[in-house]
Write a protein of this length. Structure first.
Length: 435
């Protein structure tokens, strides 16, 4: 434990100071890793080792899926897909109280799942749904809260870049993790449905949408079908072994590009800007993947995970208590750290402990990703919260006040996922992806 104390203090103090000074999280983690390594190696070795570990962290064929899925998401954001999914969602939930808000939830789940990005979903769907809901008499802060709360469901419903990162760190099956995210993703959407339903029941003016005739509904769903078909192609190909997750991501790019051309929302002249946008996002994600690898190395070298495990097991050897502590830590961490670096930092620490208690890495991945998704909509640094408020043209504070019921419902669903493993494990087990 004494060996871990000094590098551990240096590492976490540097990261904490960086966050307080608004230094980008990737830079804070990278500096913390270098300084902590210097406490156990000399300067030249520390810099060289940190650089090597950073490169090793992104030098993975599996990680190639991320830039492809990012590019596919940007193509979808520019390809006229959001409007078609919103119309399809309106057909599916149009007779429910608060139908426009319920449509927002459905559209975010569908768009988030095909794009794999909660921020993209919040921006694309919120831009369209905000004015529609305001016109129908919805409170603007509530509309923004609905958009923010429902956007992360797409990070759980496959395909998901976050699960790819967890698979890399935990050496788990990507296909199994994708399937494990379906149940929690649907629960997330269901929690948002419930809050909107309760809100709308108290406000009769938020009426249901007029009944849509069957021919119109059929045409609307058929217009959205090509967009949703990408999920079937990508996930079906992975599950049947026709192609790897990385190959499926490349196929998704080609499919969405063709779709954008067919819809005539993407032109050749748009491609440079689209590629530049995707390159910027990819660079940020890959840096966030690389620097925690260097940090994980120094933590392992200094036996920091062993020290943390010893502390946790010293508090209790009850698996339930340990899981509650871990979930509480991740809920706090998720409020100021993006899911990708949080997964890369805490998976090597927590996973050996939970597997010792007989908890499946697949189940733990589902609960961890869902936990960190809550952080994306929670102040002070929730990126989906900031994007959703910005799209709506609102300040953060009034949106947060309307967001609180959603947060409470989502945290309740999180603990259902934690303590009912069948929600995340039933589908991958039935499909033979896990034993």
């Amino acid at each position: 434990m004494e060996m871990a104390l000094i590098p551990g203090l240096i590492l976490f103090s540097t990261i904490a100071i960086g966050i307080l000074l608004s230094v980008p999280i990737a830079v804070s983690i990278g500096l913390g890793a270098v300084f902590a390594t210097m406490s156990v190696l000399d300067f030249d070795q520390a810099v060289l080792t940190s650089s090597q570990q950073l490169f090793a962290g992104i030098n993975s064929f599996t990680l190639l899926a991320i830039p492809f899925f990012v590019l596919a998401g940007v193509l979808m954001n520019n390809g006229g897909i959001a409007e078609r999914l919103i119309d399809a969602g309106k057909v599916l939930v149009g007779r429910m109280p608060g139908s426009l808000a319920q449509t927002n939830v459905v559209a975010n789940a569908m768009f988030g799942s095909v794009s794999g990005a909660a921020v993209a979903a919040a921006a694309a769907i919120g831009t369209v749904m905000g004015p529609r809901q305001e016109k129908e008499g919805y409170d603007r802060n509530f509309s923004a809260a609905v958009n923010v709360a429902s956007a992360p469901s797409g990070m759980l419903i496959p395909p998901s870049n976050t699960f790819i990162v967890y698979a890399l760190v935990s050496s788990s099956s990507i296909a199994a993790l994708f399937m494990a995210g379906v149940g929690p993703g649907l629960l997330w959407a269901l929690a948002c449905f419930a809050v909107v339903y309760i809100y709308a029941r108290k406000r009769p003016e938020l009426k249901a949408t007029d009944r849509v005739t069957f021919p119109v509904a059929l045409v609307t769903l058929l217009r959205a079908l090509p967009s949703l078909l990408m999920i079937i192609i990508v996930i079906g190909g992975i599950l049947t072994g026709v192609f790897t997750p990385t190959e499926s991501a490349a196929i998704a790019v080609v499919y969405t590009l063709v779709l954008g051309f067919v819809y005539r929302n993407i032109r050749i002249r748009h491609l440079p800007a689209i590629l530049l946008d995707a390159a910027r996002t990819t660079a940020i994600v890959m840096l966030l993947v690389g620097v925690p690898t260097a940090m994980a190395w120094v933590m392992s070298f200094a036996l920091i995970p062993d020290m943390i495990a010893e502390v946790l097991l010293g508090i209790s050897e009850n698996p339930t208590i340990i899981l509650l502590i871990m979930m509480a830590v991740l809920l706090v961490v998720g409020t100021f750290m993006d899911p990708t670096p949080a997964i890369l930092i805490f998976t090597p620490i927590f996973l050996p402990i939970v597997t010792e208690f007989g908890i499946s890495p697949i189940h733990f991945g589902a609960m961890m990703v869902m936990n960190l998704c809550v952080g994306t909509i929670t102040p002070p640094v929730g990126n989906v919260l900031f994007v959703g408020a910005r799209v709506a043209g609102l300040r953060i504070e009034p949106v947060v006040s309307k967001l609180l019921p959603f947060l409470l419902a989502l945290i309740a669903m999180l603990f259902v996922v934690v303590f009912v493993p069948q929600i995340s494990m039933r589908l991958p087990t039935t499909l033979g992806l896990v034993e």
